[in-house]
Ligand binder design. Structure first.
Ligand SMILES: [Zn+2]
Length: 281
């Protein structure tokens, strides 16, 4: 098993090195890679986090949660990671968790139009990660196969809102259901990591920045630092054993890659990237 794994790993590594070499042969230099945090909603009060543990941990602990999305620029290509809570519809009272401005408005401040976003990658199917996915109909949708299958289930679980994905479910948009990891640009710089357990197809994101170094973005593998540190499993996860295996993998990667870990929902991690509109490089 181990031999097999390292053979596959070596082959993958060799192919990403070759892809990187090909890319730099064409342009003379690897494409510029940047990472920007986008605001995807708010919680105004401290959150009671007792529902995020199935072992009765965190009695009385409150944490300031947040909603984060990210923009990855890879040369002339762009990827949006997660699409957060829905923005307020024009003329209606915004939901308490709605972001102050939509992703499309935030991207406009970076002089980007939605049609320039080639990939919209989703950590998992929960509502606070898919609220604005429909704003990017021209993007290829990258989503874990387990989650894609759940979205296409004729009788979906009530936690799942396939309506947001109607454009792709109906065949109107390009979709790449990801099983395992996904090297998005083929040069090893941006990798969707298979980290199931929170949902069947849950993924995290690795971005290998030149100056800042490796950045690992959790998705909802963990929601806050204390749960990350103690391998906590929320009561509403779809698979406890998978969650623990995913946490083990993610933490070993973080150690071996000397990565900065960003817990998407933990407001204390917002400062790990430069404030919008600045980007980490
Ligand atoms: Zn979430």
């Amino acid at each position: 098993m181990h031999r097999m794994g390292s053979k596959i790993g070596a082959a993958l590594l060799a192919s990403s090195i070759m892809a990187a070499a090909a890319a730099s042969a064409q342009t003379g230099a690897p494409p510029e890679l940047t990472l920007t945090r986008l605001d995807c909603g708010k919680t105004t009060t401290l959150n009671d986090v007792s529902g995020f543990t199935d072992v009765a941990a965190f009695k009385g602990l409150s944490v300031q949660l947040t909603f984060s999305c990210y923009l990855v620029k890879h040369g002339k290509d762009y990827l949006v990671w997660d699409t957060g809570n829905p923005a307020a519809a024009a003329g209606s009272t915004p939901a308490p968790t709605a972001p102050k401005s939509s992703l499309v408005e935030q991207l406009a401040l970076l002089h980007l139009k939605p049609e320039q976003i080639g990939f919209v990658a989703i950590s998992h199917y929960h509502g606070d990660h898919i609220g604005q996915v429909a704003s990017f109909p021209e993007a290829t949708l990258l989503i874990g196969k387990g989650d894609w299958d759940a979205l296409n289930d004729p009788k979906p679980n009530p936690m799942i809102k396939p309506a947001n994905f109607e454009h792709w479910i109906s065949g109107g948009g390009k979709v790449d259901p990801v099983s395992g990891d996904k090297d998005v640009f083929g040069d090893g710089s941006v990798i969707m990591l298979n980290t199931p357990g929170h949902t069947p197809g849950h993924h995290s994101l690795l971005v290998k920045l030149k100056e800042k170094g490796n950045v690992l973005i959790t998705g909802d593998l963990s929601h806050f630092q204390e749960n990350y540190d103690s391998n906590g499993v929320p009561t509403f996860n779809t698979n406890r054993a998978d969650t623990l295996a995913s946490l083990d993998r993610f933490k070993q990667l973080a150690t071996n890659l000397h990565a900065t870990v960003i817990i998407q929902h933990d407001a204390r991690d917002i400062g790990k990237l430069p404030p919008f509109p600045a980007a980490a490089k």
